[in-house]
Design a protein around this ligand. Structure first.
Ligand code: APR
Length: 187
């Protein structure tokens, strides 16, 4: 399965590159400095151009960086999307240091920024499952469960929440998690 509907919101899985998504918002897997990095962070700054870093610097000047589990919004620069939400996922530390709740907060705070900006479609990468080493199977259940709860709580606020997976392996892990979420939360 590659998509479900919850609270009039389509939650979909695609294989692809986050920087090429035509959603209103794309989400960056950032770090607390907001000054860029590798992986998704590197790709988004490269594809979007310098205005993104410029706005990140303004946010740093105003509030310091971005805490783990928090999210901030900037322009998307030259990308198809109009906004980037930068969120900071937890670094995996074995699972007993609050990583699960911090990952849930990263997704939920990102979704709330999209909702408050009255934007309707958003694409996420698989937050924390690269450099931050969060096990993908567990992260997928946290991501999808958070998305379903959000969609039900804010019925109709968003049209689409898209998860963009960078490998076939990750796509199949997320497909399995989507089946599980479908059964347990929407059975
Ligand atoms: N599009 C979609 N997904 C991507 C892309 C891309 N262009 N590039 C990488 N990914 C995938 C990775 O394969 C992984 O599954 O995104 C997931 C998250 O990987 P990371 O980008 O490493 O993010 P994360 O694990 O959250 O680590 C964040 O890495 O780049 C630095 O500055 C960043 O310090 C921060 C840390």
């Amino acid at each position: 399965m590659s998509q479900i509907t919850a609270g009039n919101t389509t939650i979909s899985l695609v294989r692809g590159d986050i920087t090429e998504q035509d959603t209103d918002v794309v989400v960056n897997a950032a770090n607390t400095s907001l000054l860029g990095g590798g992986g998704v962070d590197g790709a988004i700054h490269k594809a979007g151009g310098p205005q993104i870093l410029e706005e990140c610097r303004q946010i740093r000047a105003a509030q310091g960086g971005c805490k783990t589990g928090e999210a901030v919004m900037t322009t998307a620069g030259q990308m198809k999307a109009s906004k980037v939400v930068h969120t900071v996922g937890p670094v995996w530390a074995g699972g007993s240091k609050g990583e699960y709740i911090l990952l849930e907060r990263a997704y939920d705070n990102s979704l709330n920024l999209v909702r408050k900006a009255k934007l309707k479609t958003v694409a996420f990468p698989s937050i924390s499952t690269g450099a931050y080493r969060f096990p993908t199977e567990q992260a997928a259940l946290v991501a999808l469960g958070t998305m379903v709860r959000f969609a039900r709580k804010h019925e109709g606020a968003l049209d689409e929440i898209r998860l963009v997976l960078f490998s076939d392996t990750d796509l199949s892990v997320y497909r399995k998690a989507l089946d599980e979420v479908q059964q347990t939360m929407m059975g």
